[in-house]
Design a protein around this ligand. Structure first.
Ligand code: DLL
Length: 445
């Protein structure tokens, strides 16, 4: 499918004045909102009052965005300790419209509340993404993110409402029905995780469709998990769409904290709602634009669950320079890992996404893989299971062994880790309808 080149289509904006604001005006807007947020946190959330008192900073000390660095950090553990409502600035019984929570697999869940204004702002952030892929009130938005406490489904839903689009609230699952309705209802924008987009594409093909020809889809708004350029290309080709990345986290809001435009070169941060900092995770000092570090957000407009300097543990960087789309909101790079994702294998630090990068050039294998960690005689053992393309011939043992050796060789030279590689037949790795689970760590079992 031929991708539109910048300029070949009419760039659409949802809130053009805010999205193309000049930098000074934006910094002034951020400063005013920061002062109000800090006052709200200090007056209404004992955790922040204590944290600020402990470092001797009073709300009156925060006068502009320049003073941001004086504020205390918030961590995921702080949010867990505050379970369920201790970080709320307002009484849950009166003005809180909705609650969301992230999974609490390793401790208490983190819970966030939203007033009606919070929800409207969230919808506006997601609606920008719809406009960024060329959508508008005429769009039919098929939402295949899960609905529920997870913010994906309802976040996209609010975006559709604010845009005035037609919403098809499928949630995740029921994939064949999902495909059939996509065809029958002429959905033109799909919103789901990238892993689920691939499963939808493969299911459609299995059902005998040729999505680029048979479907009306033009774009996919995908996020909630890291995905490689190779995966993007596969989704774009199979579905015949422009696939853009959307980022967010439930603690900060949900999807729409930042999103890519069609230039597909970084995600514009909704800087009128959030201040982004990229810090060295060890020293907690800012790194220069262009350098990788931990992403830290301060919310500027949230009423119920404001956050000061929330350490996301996600790794990204600011992309310097201007974007061809005309937006002045700064761009963060795609998130390829988290500081707590890092695997330490026999003392070597590696991120799961590096495995994906290392196999990207092997035409015989696909983007479906799993990393399995075990421990034998006190030593870490790593296995990479990766599915081949359907044409790969499993009858020839020599071919299988040679492919496994070549991939293991590449992993050794690029990651300095010895990996046992097993190529497996198509569809032998479980598919995900939400966030894919790439790493199975059995070392502690
Ligand atoms: O995943 C919110 C979301 C829903 C974002 C739908 C985009 C689309 P949580 O479940 O709280 O919220 O998980 C947040 O997921 O800290 C990142 O590590 C990861 N993540 C989210 N979006 C992306 C992305 C939602 N586009 C955590 N690329 C975040 C890479 C992402 N990782």
């Amino acid at each position: 499918m031929q991708k539109p080149t910048p300029g070949a289509y009419q760039e659409r904006f949802y809130q053009k004045e805010l999205e193309t604001m000049d930098r000074e005006a934006l910094l002034a807007l951020q400063g005013g909102c920061l002062v109000a947020t800090v006052a709200n946190c200090y007056a209404n959330i004992p955790f922040y009052r204590q944290a600020m008192d402990a470092i001797g900073v009073l709300p009156g000390d925060i006068k502009s965005i320049e003073d941001l660095h004086r504020l205390p950090f918030t961590t995921k553990q702080d949010m867990r300790n505050a379970y369920p409502f201790d970080l709320f600035a307002i009484n849950v019984k009166h003005e809180v419209q909705r609650l969301h929570a992230s999974s609490g697999t390793t401790g208490n869940a983190t819970v966030c509340g939203y007033t009606q204004n919070d929800i409207d702002n969230w919808g506006d952030c997601f609606a920008r993404s719809i406009a960024q892929v060329g959508g508008g009130s005429e769009s039919i938005l098929q939402i295949a993110y899960g609905y529920g406490l997870f913010t994906g489904g309802l976040g996209a839903h609010e975006g559709g409402i604010r845009m005035g689009a037609t919403i098809l609230p499928m949630s995740s699952g029921n994939t064949r029905r999902q495909v059939q309705m996509m065809k029958d209802f002429s959905s033109d924008i799909l919103a789901c995780t990238p892993s689920y987009a691939l499963l939808i594409a493969d299911t459609a093909i299995e059902m005998g469709f040729d999505p680029p020809k048979d479907f009306n889809l033009s774009a996919a708004i995908l996020g909630a998990e890291p995905w490689s350029q190779g995966m993007r290309q596969e989704i774009e080709e199979k579905l015949g769409v422009v696939a853009v990345d959307i980022y967010g986290l439930s603690e900060v809001m949900g999807p729409g904290v930042s999103c890519e435009c069609r230039a597909q070169n970084g995600l514009h941060v909704a800087e009128d709602h959030f201040v982004i900092e990229i810090l060295n995770p060890e020293t907690l000092k800012p790194v220069p634009d262009g350098e990788l570090g931990e992403v830290v957000f301060t919310t500027l407009t949230k009423e119920c669950s404001p956050l000061l300097r929330y350490r996301t543990r996600d790794i990204s960087r600011i992309i310097p320079g201007e974007c061809s789309c005309g937006r002045t909101l700064r761009r963060m790079d795609r998130v390829s890992g988290r500081t707590d994702d890092m695997l330490i294998i026999r003392g070597v630090n590696v991120f799961p996404s590096q495995f994906q990068q290392a196999i990207a050039d092997f035409a015989e294998v696909t983007n479906h893989y799993e990393i399995i960690l075990t421990r034998k005689d006190q030593l870490d053992m790593v296995e990479l299971k990766v599915e081949t393309v359907p044409e790969f011939d499993f009858d020839e043992i020599r071919k299988i062994e040679s492919l496994q050796q070549r991939i293991a060789g590449e992993l050794k030279s690029s990651l300095q880790v010895n990996v046992r590689v097993s190529v497996v037949e198509p569809k032998s790795i479980e598919r995900s309808m939400g966030k894919a689970r790439r790493v199975i760590d059995m070392r502690q079992l």
